[in-house]
Design a protein around this ligand. Structure first.
Ligand SMILES: Cc1cc2nc3c(=O)[nH]c(=O)nc-3n(C[C@H](O)[C@H](O)[C@H](O)COP(=O)(O)OP(=O)(O)OC[C@H]3O[C@@H](n4cnc5c(N)ncnc54)[C@H](O)[C@@H]3O)c2cc1C
Length: 354
């Protein structure tokens, strides 16, 4: 049986970010690491975006930064500025390539398709393998998007559209998300916040096609990439002796928004800085107050889907910097309060006591 000092189960965003952090800060010069990942190869499968509220290791994987964005509800548009914390997009294909080629240079790092033949008893294990189970009746952010190229200039590539709620809601919460990478190139996604039981919401290709052709009036385009995903908006953590959970299963997803990428980066840094004592250290979390506030928010969303476009719109009417800090788990109590004050109080108080 082979033995390793560290084992990372699952080499997606969190597993690879952690391995890269270890390698970058020379934590693997006298230690061995096994990475367990069943994928046969890596290609672009996700587009990770976030407001850059902290520094991270992947500036060279960023394909676009924006300082301006909009939010729409029927008949209303908010124009917002975020130049202090630009919104960044990372192409996962570039991210995977950067990390894998870096890790392969270190002979103390070994890749395996499964854990058979490895003695795990003495290793420190970091686990990012998604939980299996029938979670369809829970709340998910599920989405489908296409990246298109148009023959003529069409988009304003200086402004992205975070949420366009001016669309069919089907008694659920639905918006379109548009990231214009160039004047003739953009990612357009249809996004739902709902459980996954309702298959009627999942005619995604049709939704995007209609949005493009009827709303944006784009008929002549070429599809260059497709992205489909579902992010759990419920706690995923599981407890296995001797394992530290990372990534989505490690509670790094913000339940109200699905944002995870930067939380994964902060968690990797925390583990690397405390590696020798990590078992005795307080488990890293994204902030108890955010779990508490997000759970109330989710209850409001589940009981009042029809109010959500207006609630999101009102939230962004608070000073943009405060909202971004709140959504990126970097807000002060005063900033939290200014957002809470803008919410419909009775509905949130009811949800608090449910
Ligand atoms: C399409 C998509 C777009 C997203 N966009 C954003 C975004 O814009 N911004 C943001 O902040 N977050 C975003 N997220 C959320 C989050 O950042 C990602 O889901 C991120 O990939 C989570 O990282 P992870 O390591 O927890 O999971 P993953 O990246 O899914 O990694 C888990 C790994 O475990 C592997 N695995 C599975 N079974 C086993 C097994 N039995 N043994 C070993 N390995 C196994 C998988 O192959 C995979 O590589 C997005 C999610 C999706 C799905």
């Amino acid at each position: 049986m082979k033995e390793f000092d560290y084992i990372i189960k699952g080499a997606g965003c969190a597993g690879l970010s952690l391995a890269y952090e270890f390698n970058k800060y020379k934590k693997l010069e006298n230690k061995t690491l096994a990475i367990i990942e069943p994928r046969e190869g890596y290609e672009r499968d996700k587009t990770w975006s976030f407001w850059k509220t902290i520094d991270h290791n992947f500036n060279d994987c960023v394909i676009k930064n924006w300082s301006n964005f909009t939010i729409n509800t029927p008949g209303k548009t908010l124009h917002l500025n975020c130049d202090e914390t630009p919104y960044q997009t990372i192409n996962s294909g570039i991210f995977y390539e950067k990390i894998i080629s870096n890790l392969k240079l270190n002979s103390n790092i070994h890749f395996f398709e499964n854990i058979d033949g490895i003695n795990t008893e003495k290793s420190l294990i970091f686990n990012s393998v998604p939980n299996k189970g029938d979670f369809n009746n829970k709340l998910w952010q599920h989405f489908f998007g296409i990246e298109i190229e148009t023959s003529k200039s069409f988009f304003d590539d200086k402004i992205f559209n975070l949420m366009d709620f001016d669309c069919d809601q089907r008694d659920s919460v639905h918006f379109f998300y548009t990231l214009p990478f160039a004047k003739n190139k953009a990612l357009i996604e249809t996004t739902w916040l709902s459980n996954l039981n309702n298959k009627n919401l999942q005619d995604y290709e049709n939704q995007v096609k209609e949005y493009l052709e009827l709303k944006l009036k784009i008929k002549d385009y070429k599809i260059t990439f497709k992205e489909k995903g579902a992010i759990p908006l419920f706690k995923q953590t599981r407890i296995i002796n001797n394992e530290i959970n990372i990534g989505t299963v490690g509670g790094m997803t913000r339940l109200s928004t699905g944002y995870t990428f930067l939380n994964i980066q902060e968690h990797s840094k925390y583990i690397r800085e405390n590696l020798d004592l990590i078992k005795n250290k307080k488990a890293f979390n994204i902030g108890k107050k955010y779990h508490f506030l997000d759970e109330i928010f989710i209850r409001v969303l589940e009981n009042n889907p029809n109010l959500m476009p207006d609630i999101f719109y009102k939230m962004f009417k608070v000073q943009t910097k405060k909202v971004i800090n709140f959504l990126s788990n970097k807000s002060s109590l005063l900033e939290d309060l200014s957002i809470i004050m803008k919410m419909p109080k009775l509905i949130f108080i009811k949800a608090l006591f449910k």
